[in-house]
Design a protein. Structure first.
Length: 253
């Protein structure tokens, strides 16, 4: 049932190796973030065509991932254009010994591994046998769209806020940022729960729950929230904002 995983692993390895080589040429590991969303599109297309069959669920899931992945990659490209390497990668560049080797393993291959794990429900849906489109799929789509809205609107509000010179050095506390300190991260985690829900009716699809669990864990406790929280730690406005605003799930302190 999971025979699609081996070729998917090969695709991810080749893809992330190519991104690594490009990063070496540009001397900027930040580009890995730009290629994150595109990698999911690549895996989605692979799963769809590898199976040799198509149905309404596969088409909808593939379309959702296409829109999400393109939007995310374009957003990060525009945000990073003309900027120096992101502070996370720049810090690792300064502190890591054997930087090139560690970058390949701990940035590019590790992200490739997580990409494969997180994309698992999509691969499973697209490679699996056709199943009836039902209420659980509608619920999954609604959850996805809710998460996607949080991510897109949160990113847009932050972009507009930062463009205003009057907001230099200030903390955004308006819009969705009034209800959670990280609406974009919350949205990204939530939308993968929606994708997983759509995988549940497929045979053995329930086991792909590792996908939303991993992305939620990564964003909440590893690479997303903690790094930004540490960056703003000690800022008076941030401490006030932090004291009254939920860290991740809106309205849940």
């Amino acid at each position: 049932m999971f025979d699609y995983m081996l070729p998917a692993m090969l695709i991810v390895f080749v893809y992330m190796s190519a991104v690594f080589i490009l990063a070496l040429i540009l001397k900027n590991n930040s580009i890995v973030d730009i290629f994150w969303g595109i990698g999911f599109i690549l895996l989605t297309a692979f799963g769809l065509f590898y199976s040799g069959s198509m149905d309404i669920k596969k088409i909808i899931v593939s379309f959702l991932i296409l829109v999400w992945g393109l939007r995310l990659s374009i957003h990060i490209f525009i945000r990073n254009k003309g900027r120096d390497e992101d502070f996370r990668y720049a810090n690792w560049r300064r502190t890591w010994k054997n930087f090139v080797f560690r970058s390949f393993l701990q940035i590019f291959m590790l992200q490739g591994f997580f990409m494969l794990v997180i994309a698992w429900p999509v691969l499973h849906i697209n490679h699996g046998d056709s199943v009836d489109f039902g209420m659980i799929d509608i619920a999954g789509i609604l959850i996805f769209l809710t998460g996607f809205t949080f991510e897109v609107v949160g990113d847009y509000q932050m972009t507009v806020f930062k463009k205003d010179p009057a907001n230099s050095g200030k903390i955004i506390t308006i819009g969705l940022w009034k209800y959670t300190r990280h609406p974009n991260y919350f949205g990204e985690a939530l939308l993968w729960w929606g994708i997983w829900l759509m995988a549940v009716p497929v045979i053995d699809g329930i086991y792909t729950i590792i996908s939303p669990l991993v992305i939620t864990w990564l964003l909440r406790y590893i690479s997303g929230v903690p790094m930004l929280e540490k960056k703003y730690e000690g800022h008076p406005d941030w401490e006030r904002y932090k004291s009254k605003t939920p860290v991740f799930v809106p309205f849940l302190k």
